[in-house]
Design a protein around this ligand. Structure first.
Ligand code: ADP
Ligand code: AMP
Length: 218
């Protein structure tokens, strides 16, 4: 398996990009989506995650690593993964490196999405998600054809509990403290490409696809 990691603050556009990359041959893995599914099903993990997510805090490294290992354990040798929202701590990054060695997987690139905090607050407060398929919209920047309704499957859109302003600020703080240090970690390994995530959605996608195609041809 080969992997790319999307790294950036909440709301930078990781899920949006990853969903587009999934239409270009990549398998999209979102730990956030997996946790929300567990919450929906009220599993043991879901009950723990519900409180942590609602408070804008991270779920433990141990639980996240269990989810990831289970998700990628039966990957095909030539499968290409895009990780959205993982890793989020140095411990997760180090454990993922060990996992890659053990399973002969290769981390290709870490794409760092740069985006200003004020833009992030605007993006997250306008984010709407499909209750059924998880498709992500924005009331202004990526609206559904019909307000409040998913354009793919016509199910209801909802606003995430952690997309409320106070929780957004807490999540930005958690990002700065626990996740931003990963940029230096991966820079030392020569894996980082920085993307201006303040561009429009299509421009961000074009930039990333051009970069990945260049990487493939090297
Ligand atoms: P993340 O996965 O990083 O938390 P999302 O992909 O869910 O971020 O995007 C957050 C919100 O911003 C969503 O409502 C999405 O539609 C919107 N969005 C994503 N990328 C852009 C962009 N480049 N320009 C404007 N809005 C965007
Ligand atoms: P996301 O959908 O990526 O914005 O994630 C939503 C929430 O899920 C985060 O705020 C965390 O509480 C939790 N979460 C998702 N991924 C991770 C991770 N890799 N490590 C710890 N917590 C995570």
């Amino acid at each position: 398996m080969r992997a790319i990691i999307l790294l950036g603050p909440p709301g930078a556009g990781k899920g949006t990009l990853a969903a587009a990359l999934s239409e270009n041959g990549y398998t999209h893995v979102s730990t956030g989506d997996m946790l929300r599914e567990a919450i929906e099903q009220q599993t043991e993990l879901g009950k723990i995650a519900e409180k942590r997510i609602g408070d804008g805090l991270l779920v433990s490294d141990e639980l996240i690593m269990q989810l990831i290992e289970k998700r990628v354990s039966d990957a095909a040798v030539d499968e290409q993964f895009v990780f959205d929202g993982f890793p989020r701590t140095l411990v997760q990054a180090e454990l993922f490196d060990l996992f890659c060695v053990r399973s002969h997987a290769e981390l290709m690139h870490v794409l760092v999405l740069d985006c200003d905090d004020d833009i992030i607050v605007q993006r997250l407060s306008g984010r709407r998600v499909c209750r059924s398929c998880g498709a992500v919209y924005h009331v202004m920047y990526n609206p559904p054809a019909k307000p409040g309704e998913c354009s793919r499957d016509q199910c209801d859109l909802y606003q995430r509990v952690d997309d409320e302003e106070d929780t957004i600020r807490r999540r930005l703080h958690v990002y700065a403290e626990q996740t931003a240090p990963l940029i230096a970690y991966y820079e030392q390994k020569g894996k980082v490409f920085r993307i201006n995530a303040e561009q429009e959605i299509q421009q961000c996608l074009d930039t990333v696809l051009t970069l990945l195609r260049k990487g493939d041809n090297q």
